[in-house]
Design a protein around this ligand. Structure first.
Ligand code: LMR
Length: 334
């Protein structure tokens, strides 16, 4: 069911406090990643710290694997107060009207983790999180997943190889434009449905991080993948602003400390899991992984970097330029 903004606004006024009968504050933390995934392990770490720092006055209940809500529904559920915390991919905020987050999806905008951290760990990242307030949300942190590979059942050595392929994507207009730029046919689909769609041939290919490809068993139904590292996938840890601001100040700061201390752990777990997942998938031989040559990489960049200009009206030219300045990125044509 799609809930209209007016209904969401009305119900938010009536937000039920998440207090259990014994006075414990219960925080339902929902997400779509597999129970063994690094995102789950990061939320477990957060739970441990949060419960310890609040001396048990807060209980964190974890709901991984889309068991409560799929991608779009979980954001609506948070706005309605049915859950209190989420860590959705930054590529999923466009449908809420927060288009600037799609700047993270611009192909090749981050050369690596150092450049990324200049944004997520600096003023730009903080200001992006603050923008969530306009939608009744509080942005608490960015947690990494990693950099994406492109996969399909046919080899993807050059942009031309994507021509005509149906590609599962997250709900981001920038990722959509990226797939159009390659001649692919983007299909927005919930994470929980991607494996089935790939295995039944509803879509031909996709992009994701090695960790997600492994945990969702996508490698079992994709014969080829190219280590393009063309885009970033990460999460914004968020809560409902009315809920968060309504917490006793000491509890709120204890939870904020728990989130902040979890961030480096979450990023380390993600990094390690992406490395291990890639090695494991290579070992199984189900998917052939191709490392682009320098010339091939230049061809991918030439096809994809124009998406920055094409999408500048949507994500904000100023924002793109601030990121270029922070990271030192130079479009190949300059
Ligand atoms: C996806 O939908 O591919 C990812 O955002 C899932 C996730 O949470 O890592």
């Amino acid at each position: 069911m799609r809930l209209g903004p007016a209904l969401i606004a009305f119900v938010c006024l009536l937000l039920p406090a998440a207090w259990a009968d014994d006075g414990t504050i219960v925080i339902k933390f929902s997400h779509v990643a597999a129970p063994q995934a690094h995102k789950s392990r990061a939320t477990e770490h957060f739970k441990h710290l949060a419960e310890a720092y609040t001396n048990g006055r807060v209980r964190i209940e974890l709901y991984p694997n889309s068991q409560l809500y799929k991608d779009k529904e979980e954001l609506e559920a948070l706005q309605l107060g049915a859950v209190q915390m989420l860590a959705p991919s930054v590529s999923k905020f466009g449908p809420l009207g927060i288009k600037a987050f799609e700047v993270f999806d611009l192909p090749y905008i981050f050369a690596g983790y150092d450049e990324l951290t200049k944004v997520t760990g600096g003023n730009i990242g903080r200001e992006l999180l603050e923008r969530l307030e306009t939608k009744g949300l509080v942005g608490l942190a960015f947690w990494n997943n990693g950099f994406k590979v492109l996969s399909a059942n046919s080899p993807l050595k050059s942009p031309d190889d994507v021509l005509g392929l149906k590609m599962r994507i997250q709900a981001s207009k920038v990722i959509e434009a990226q797939m159009w730029a390659l001649g692919g046919l983007p299909q927005v689909m919930a994470f929980s449905e991607a494996y089935q769609a790939l295995s039944s041939g509803v879509v031909d290919g996709t992009e994701n991080t090695p960790a997600n490809m492994y945990n969702q068993k996508m490698f079992e139904v994709q014969k080829h993948a190219t280590l393009t590292n063309h885009g970033y996938l990460g999460y914004a840890v968020i809560s409902n602003a009315k809920f968060w601001r309504g917490l006793p100040a000491d509890i709120r700061s204890a939870l904020e400390r728990a989130v902040a201390e979890t961030t480096p752990v979450a990023n380390r777990l993600a990094y390690e899991e992406n490395e291990a997942a890639l090695a494991e998938m290579k070992k199984t031989g189900r998917t052939v992984f191709h490392e682009p040559t320098p010339d091939e990489r230049a061809a991918w960049m030439a096809a994809l970097v124009p998406v920055h200009e094409e999408m500048s009206g949507r994500v904000g030219q100023d924002l793109i330029e601030r990121i270029y300045a922070a990271t030192g990125f130079k479009p190949p044509t300059q």
